[in-house]
Design a protein around this ligand. Structure first.
Ligand code: SAH
Length: 390
């Protein structure tokens, strides 16, 4: 007997799922022939099967497609997807042994994030179906990677949108879950129980190494430094000095410890970036390389305008602090803002202070966070390097 619910799409509407996107929102659904399950089959209004997906009537995104066929989210299916994801990672340039192994929809497993921080694995489940299968998933990962421990970092806020509880649990191994992330010449101590995301911004690793290529002999300002990934890369590559600023004192302390471990001298300043940049301008300070990696000021489309004003303000201040010939590396991590909109904002900010910027190169998220063309949300981190030419 088939107890899996069937969802029928409304006859009209611009359903993104018809163009390859995996999601269906609650308001796109005409009829639910329901039973109590975390999986569903999806049909067009005319009854054509569109596939099987994870299902959660409590979420705005009620359905996320797993397959165009009728499938079960069982050991065979999950193992196959994990193996495909591992295989894909093998084809990428190896920047670090620490890497993202599974990235949710972009690896065909909606709501599952797996990061490898040898000798540990960190797992995050963000959909009900994946949450319900944590045991199975961790067992497969244990077999594949033979880690010293697996940590479930289910403390991401987005879990509440799925009606899931938040917390951190240990599947295997014992505390402390401490290790080192290595990239380039850097060894970065991380505590996987703490820290943003699953412990480290793995999505910036390639960009850390790109910054290292241009940092020699420059005085660097790392704005929104967090625990100093950019700062350390710059210093290790021969930057004359580096000042890291962030409002999070604990993150700056970690940056200091990491700097010491790597034999470089990092200056830090705790405070609000907007205020500090104004203060530096008044003091007549300047820098030859500025890294600007702000958090997302937009969580939805409603506050884009005020977010853009904030970003514009930051860029005006940063450009003023740059010496002629100085470099600005700027990053956007909000998928609500397109790369073109970001570029226009940077351009306007620079011209507001009568400055021209020459484009040098663009940045994307680390390739272990795959971008699927049909899923715009999977492309969420980009940036550019500019040179101030006058
Ligand atoms: N560049 C970092 C990641 C930045 S995450 C890296 O590569 O690791 C964003 C950081 O901005 C967080 O550390 C947060 O503490 C900081 N932040 C947010 N708002 C801030 C503000 N107004 N002033 C200073 N820091 C801020």
């Amino acid at each position: 007997m088939n107890t899996i619910p069937a969802l029928k799409l409304k006859p009209s509407g611009r359903h993104r799922i018809l163009r390859g996107h995996p999601w269906v929102f609650g308001n796109e659904v005409e009829e639910v022939i329901a039973s109590d399950s975390d999986l569903a089959h999806l049909y067009t209004s005319k009854g054509t099967l569109l596939g099987t997906g994870v299902y959660n009537p409590q979420s705005q995104i009620v359905f996320r497609r797993l397959s165009r066929q009728m499938i079960s989210l069982d050991e065979r299916f999950i193992s196959e997807k994990i193996d495909q994801a591992i295989h894909h990672r093998r084809s990428l340039p190896l920047l670090s042994e620490s890497k993202r192994i599974i990235w949710s929809e972009a690896d065909g497993l909606p709501g599952l994030i797996v990061d490898s921080f040898p000798p540990y694995i960190v797992v995050q489940t963000l959909t009900k179906a994946m949450s319900n299968r944590e045991e199975l998933i961790c067992r497969i990962l244990q077999e594949r990677f033979l880690p010293k421990g697996i940590l479930l970092r289910n403390d991401a806020q987005v879990r509440s949108l799925e009606g899931l509880p938040m917390g951190k649990t240990i599947f295997s191994g014992t505390e402390p879950f401490q290790t080192e992330v290595q990239f380039g010449k850097i060894k970065f101590p991380v505590d996987l129980m703490q820290g943003h995301k699953t412990g480290f911004y793995l999505d910036q690793i390639e960009n850390y190494t790109e910054i290292a290529k241009v940092a020699a002999n420059r005085r660097v300002l790392d704005i929104f430094s967090y625990q100093g990934g950019f700062s350390l890369s710059a210093l290790k590559a021969g930057a004359t000095s580096c000042l890291a600023i962030d409002q999070d004192a604990t993150a700056l302390e970690r940056a200091k410890v990491a700097a010491e471990l790597n034999g470089v001298k990092l200056e830090t300043q705790q405070g609000n970036a907007f205020d500090l940049l104004r203060q530096y301008e008044q003091e007549g300070r300047n820098f030859d390389l500025i890294i600007l990696d702000p958090p997302s000021f937009t969580k939805n489309k409603a506050n884009i305008e005020s977010a853009m004003r904030g970003y514009h303000d930051l860029h005006v201040r940063a450009v003023k602090l740059l010496t002629p010939g100085g470099l600005l590396a700027t990053f956007c991590c909000s998928h609500n803002i397109t790369a073109a909109e970001w570029e226009e904002m940077v351009s306007f900010a620079a011209s507001d202070v009568n400055t021209l910027l020459r484009f040098r190169k663009s940045f994307r998220q680390n390739p272990d966070h795959p971008i699927i063309l049909q899923i715009p949300e999977s492309s969420y981190l980009y940036g550019s390097l500019y040179e101030k030419i006058g």
